[in-house]
Design a protein around this ligand. Structure first.
Ligand code: AHR
Length: 321
């Protein structure tokens, strides 16, 4: 016979949401941007690992950097009746219609690593991202501290036009150097977060700026563009990391290699594990109905050449990179 105590315990657990839908019952669709950078590729592989750990069926659609492909994929996930949709939005605007369709179908949406602009934040459950304004600010403050009073002309490689990290990392960097009147951004252009575009745009910058002889620093919105630009600086006969300081964002293994070689100076870390916290928030929401906070913020940490870059390189290799 079942004791009264067991019945009571069972009802307490049910109210608390334990023992309801297990994560293994969930199917999640992920509209991923593409594979423009080393960080992006790591995010994709870490997401798969995090899904596997929890026994979640995980479907990834690669949008090849196109918003229209993302919208198509999201509509496909809605038609399949998935339990939730994760989206890494390539640009910040233009999501309201498709997100309203997901809401109408009762499918919660979680934004990963990039935010959107919308007047209706009920269109998504939560966003798991870093503070991308802060990342830019940390990079700017590092530069201001490093060059002190010296006049410093800066080249800026922006991320994808209209994407939240490109908008925010630009803003944050400008805030970081605002009180340093000796630092001036003299050129700023998109390199679309890719290594090849970063190199190409940097070559153009250097040609237009007297071969780069008067340039003091490069700020790149991600490490991949920085790595491409480092190559361009070397080909122009200058020493990256010395003649031109290099600061960027992401903390991928290759930038630590460049730091160890003295060719890059600083990077702000962005974790590729956005999916782990997203799965946990989703599970709790499904079990208890409790909505997570609208923003689940991941950490940002500055690394410089003083942080034993070769050791960090070794640690990072294998963490999804
Ligand atoms: O949204 C995150 C950014 O997207 C990363 O910094 C960049 O490498 C990626 O392409």
């Amino acid at each position: 016979m079942i004791s009264m105590k067991r019945i009571l315990l069972a009802s307490v657990f049910a109210v608390a949401g334990f023992g309801t839908a297990s994560a293994a019952d969930l199917t999640v669709g992920f509209s991923q941007i593409g594979s423009e950078s080393g960080w992006r590729a790591a995010e994709t592989s870490v997401s798969k690992i995090e899904a596997e750990k929890r026994g979640i069926a995980f479907k990834i659609a690669d949008a090849q950097q196109k918003q229209e492909n993302q919208i198509k994929a999201i509509r496909g996930f809605i038609a399949q009746g998935v339990d939730a949709i994760f989206i890494a939005p390539v640009v910040a605007t233009g999501w309201d219609t498709v997100l309203a369709e997901a809401k109408e179908a009762d499918i919660p949406v979680i934004l990963l690593d990039r935010t959107i602009e919308t007047a209706d934040d009920s269109l998504y459950l939560t966003a798991v991202t870093s503070d991308t304004v802060h990342e830019g600010k940390v990079a700017g403050e590092w530069l201001a501290k490093t060059v002190a009073d010296k006049d410093c002309k800066v080249l800026e490689l922006q991320g994808t036009v209209g994407s939240s990290p490109a908008i925010n990392r630009k803003k944050g960097f400008e805030e970081g150097i605002a009180s340093a009147s000796n630092i001036k951004i003299v050129r700023s252009q998109t390199g679309d977060f890719t290594r090849s575009k970063g190199k190409e745009v940097m070559e153009g910058f250097l040609k237009a700026e007297n071969g780069g002889k008067d340039i003091c620093a490069l700020y790149a919105h991600n490490d991949d563009m920085a790595v491409g630009a480092i190559q361009a600086i070397k080909e122009a006969g200058l020493k990256p990391g010395k003649d031109i300081l290099v600061v960027s964002v992401d903390a991928v293994p290759d930038i630590f290699k460049a730091m160890a070689d003295g060719e890059a100076n600083a990077t702000v870390e962005l974790t590729p594990n956005m999916a782990g916290p997203a799965f946990d928030a989703l599970k709790e929401f499904k079990d208890s109905g409790k909505a997570p906070p609208k923003w689940i913020q991941t950490e940002s940490k500055l690394f410089t050449q003083a942080d034993d870059p070769m050791k960090v390189y070794e640690e990072k290799k294998g963490l999804g990179y």
